[in-house]
Design a protein around this ligand. Structure first.
Ligand code: FRU
Length: 470
């Protein structure tokens, strides 16, 4: 009898808490919170052997609201350990997106002793957005909000998502902020993270089809990469990230490409508010693997939202100009090289429910179309239109925003194409390279009956390595 009532109680709890749980959808190589809602990654920073991922988080439910900063740490950027909430909403001020820096010289006066971590984030109220500080002297475990907050208030309703870096040539902190409805970013400078003065701005370029959010600025070699989230208006619909490559002199960003040119960091529909880790020797970036078009409807439970893989970013010169190339950070592939038929057979024997990494080198020959079928999801290369195509039309959920065909211009390099695919339980990340690199990231929710994984099309030659998660 007691057993029956315990079962009934569990059933009631499940009904009250909404959807049934979906453990089969739990990502294995990507961060997702144990429960509740997440959107943008925040405050990515490497400090004393740990990568910190803070993230927009609702501690009370699986829809957007009560925005606070969740927290997770990782040594290898693949396995994450979730920690208690870092920064909580307080007195109606939500904690929006921002960054964390390592203050090595105690320029802020918050370190006891240096180095310490300082968070710079947007405090969101219904009529005003202002910039705030918090600091931690125990490796990010606990945080103190600065009593002098806000440190920057321009009396604006929309003014958010500070990204801060140390600009060595001018020996000052630089903060890049989005003015969403004016489709521009502004640059502010400070000696101590507390006093900020505007030094420049950048706009009137790239795509201005939607609001601008979540900017980031970074130096890579002798060039600067400025990324900006846009919503809506992304090439795959809804939200996504565009980028600019140029020079930054401590005040102004000079775009090396024509102002009208639009460059997308990712051609898939699920990579938003991508920002870099502070404090790493190479630039590693990570984004929210979702899209504002349907984020609230994704059929996962008890969590909703996850991050992309971290990717090392470099800038390369291609026949079309300077471009971003992304290399996913993953355990090293140790699988043998397989060719043609052997590779094809291996694909068919993969366990469809377990994640895998696939590296491919393809010589297209006369093939007009070739690719892979992954549990009902068709990824293909259309040689006639020189396009990489991902068709999500047969996928769940059935909302029209989710069902879409994503494309990216991709020219073969002397008839050849290289691709790395990372397939987790509900996501696909494609890193392809012809004459230019292309990234395409998309969620997908396979029908449990769709088990088949196979190579499609007849190419001159294909070889590759495939490794499945054990
Ligand atoms: C982007 C965004 C940010 C904001 C945050 C709020 O996804 O709208 O501009 O800081 O989400 O959760």
């Amino acid at each position: 009898m007691r057993h029956v009532s315990a079962c009934l109680l569990l059933l009631c709890l499940m009904l009250v808490s909404g959807a049934a749980q979906t453990p089969a959808y739990r990502p294995a190589w990507h961060f997702s919170p144990q429960k509740n809602w997440t959107n943008d990654p925040n405050g990515l920073v490497y400090f004393q052997g740990e990568h910190h991922l803070f993230f927009q988080y609702n501690p009370f439910g699986d829809q957007w609201g009560h925005m606070s900063w969740g927290h997770a740490v990782s040594r290898d950027l693949v396995h994450w350990q979730e920690l208690p909430l870092a920064l909580a909403e307080e007195n109606g001020v939500m904690i929006f997106t921002g960054s964390v820096v390592v203050d090595r010289t105690n320029s802020s006066g918050f370190c006891k002793p240096a180095p310490c971590l300082v968070a710079i984030y947007t405090g969101h109220e219904s009529t005003r957005e202002t910039q705030h500080l918090a600091y931690s002297n125990d490796r990010g475990r606990t945080w103190t909000k600065f009593p002098g907050n806000p440190v920057l208030d321009r009396q604006r309703k929309d003014f958010r998502d500070p990204h801060v870096l140390w600009h060595a040539p001018s020996r000052q902190w630089i903060m890049t902020l989005a003015v969403p409805d004016q489709h521009k970013v502004e640059f502010y400078a400070s000696p101590d993270l507390r006093r900020w003065q505007q030094v420049g701005e950048f706009g009137n370029a790239g795509s201005r089809a939607g609001i601008w959010e979540c900017p980031s600025l970074n130096v890579i070699g002798d060039r600067w990469l400025l990324t900006v989230g846009i919503n809506p208006g992304h090439v795959a619909g809804g939200s996504g990230t565009q980028y600019f490559i140029g020079k930054f002199n401590g005040q102004q960003f000079e775009n090396a490409n024509p102002a009208g040119q639009v460059l997308w960091l990712d051609h898939g529909s699920d990579n938003y508010c991508t920002i870099p880790f502070h404090g790493t020797p190479r630039v590693n970036m990570l984004g929210w693997m979702s899209n504002w078009q349907y984020a609230n409807k994704l059929p996962t439970s008890p969590w909703r939202g996850q991050m992309t893989l971290a990717r090392e970013v470099d800038l390369i010169e291609t026949p079309a100009g300077w471009r971003v190339r992304q290399t996913p950070i993953l355990p090293r592939l140790q699988a043998p090289l397989l060719r043609g038929e052997a590779l094809s057979k291996r694909l068919q024997t993969l366990d469809p429910e377990q994640p895998f990494i696939l590296d491919l080198e393809i010589e297209a020959g006369d093939a007009q179309e070739f690719g892979l079928l992954i549990r009902g999801l068709q990824l293909s290369y259309d040689a006639r239109n020189q396009q990489l195509v991902l068709d999500r039309n047969q996928q769940l959920p059935k909302s029209p925003e989710f069902r879409k065909r994503m494309t990216a211009l991709l020219r073969l390099d002397k008839g050849r194409l290289r691709m790395r695919l990372v397939v987790d339980r509900i996501s696909l990340e494609v890193f392809a390279e012809g004459t230019e690199p292309v990234a395409l990231t998309a969620l997908f929710f396979p029908d449990p009956d769709a088990k088949s994984m196979r190579w499609t099309g007849n190419v001159a030659s294909v070889q590759g390595r495939v490794q499945q998660k054990r």
